[in-house]
Design a protein around this ligand. Structure first.
Ligand code: HEM
Ligand SMILES: CC(C)=CCC/C(C)=C/CC/C(C)=C/COP(=O)(O)OP(=O)(O)O
Length: 306
């Protein structure tokens, strides 16, 4: 097929549609949603629970497709993103947009019918937050884009929890806050080693606008601030000792890995090892922390701990 600007589109296959949903990033989104659902007090029918998680995955995937539809031109100019289906010429932009809308609308509808409309509204808010508020409004405008926009990725555990309880209480808000505080160090560590790409396309990421030194200090500050949020489920009585121990160890490790990143003055040619290490650990951190929340809850239910 030849498009209006005379570029040739090779027909897409299912792999391209899957790539539009950013499946690797969404594994953690879905995992935190599942943990929110499993850690919530109360009971949900396993089939409904499975539908809830599927809706989070499909909704997040739809939002990611809309993000790539909107950002196709800038993705084409960045090495990291140039091979995505639209910039690589394997997907027509309109198809990507329609796919994103279908997944987003479909997931919200099914969520509403299966788990209630409060849960569906939260899913809809998170989709609009990522695809519109973050992608269209914040990302091209302010270096605080991911601080505010990161809120979108913080919704899944709240959604999973509310699907069970049908109520927004303090615990799911704390889970939201953990991911909210985690996102800046997660992303800025990466932005430090892919900075030149963002600068090229005029995205005002923190290292480009405020400079490396300031970004590094902020990474360390958020890593320290994250610790009390990570421990909050325990001191609020929503999690027990297993969680407290894991959260303490993870928080100390996260701060320890942020110190060399945050205090670094001259960056010798070492391939940004501390930054890469911190980015990789950020992902492990969230998997293990949310996993510990569920393990703690299961252990309490089994009577293994008080
Ligand atoms: C606005 C906030 C965020 C931004 C800007 C961001 C950005 C990124 C980027 C650019 C990557 C590199 C991989 C890629 O190019 O796809 C990445 C990786 C990743 N992100 Fe984030 N992220 C954000 C929030 C989150 C959230 C909330 C989660 C999940 C809770 C998450 C989970 C992951 C995972 C699991 C990876 C590794 C994917 C892989 O192995 O390739 N991110 N993130
Ligand atoms: C349920 C629901 C809707 C969840 C939303 C999940 C969410 C907001 C995840 C954020 C993670 C993500 C893909 C960031 C990429 O940022 P980017 O798009 O700026 O990165 P890019 O430069 O790779 O395009």
């Amino acid at each position: 097929m030849i498009t209006a600007d005379h570029s040739v589109i090779v027909p897409s296959d299912w792999r391209d549609f899957l790539a539009l949903t950013k499946p690797r990033v969404m594994t953690l989104v879905v995992f935190t949603g599942l943990c929110g659902l499993l850690a919530a007090p109360g009971h949900i029918h396993p089939v409904i629970g499975a539908i809830v998680i599927l809706c989070i995955a499909v909704g997040a995937g739809g939002a990611a497709a809309l993000n790539q539809w909107y950002e196709a031109e800038i993705d084409a100019q960045m090495k990291r993103t140039a091979q995505r289906p639209i910039p690589a010429g394997r997907m027509d932009k309109t198809n990507a947009r329609d796919f994103g809308i279908a997944l987003s609308a479909g997931s919200v509808m099914v969520m509403g019918l299966a788990a209630g409309w409060l849960t569906a509204i939260l899913l809809a808010v998170s989709i609009v937050y990522y695809a519109v508020v973050y992608t269209i409004w914040l990302k091209p405008r302010t270096p605080q884009n991911i601080v505010v926009g990161g809120g979108a990725g913080a919704f899944p555990p709240l959604i999973g929890w509310v699907a069970v309880t049908q109520d927004v209480t303090l615990m799911p808000i704390v889970l939201f806050a953990i991911i909210f505080m985690w996102t800046p160090p997660h992303f800025w560590a990466l932005a430090l080693f892919v900075k030149t790409d963002y600068a090229k396309v005029g995205i005002p990421m923190m290292p480009v606008v405020a400079g490396e030194a300031s970004t590094r200090r902020q990474i360390l500050a958020y890593a320290v601030l994250l610790a009390p949020f990570a421990l909050a489920p325990w001191f609020l009585g929503g999690a027990g000792l297993i969680y407290a121990i894991v959260a303490t160890v993870l928080s100390l490790a996260f701060i320890a890995l942020s110190v060399p990143v945050g205090t670094r003055r001259s960056v010798e040619d070492d391939a940004m090892k501390p930054e890469r290490r911190l980015f990789a650990f950020s992902i492990l951190y969230l998997f293990v922390l949310f996993g510990a929340l569920v393990a703690d809850r299961l252990a309490a239910q089994m009577g293994w701990i008080a």
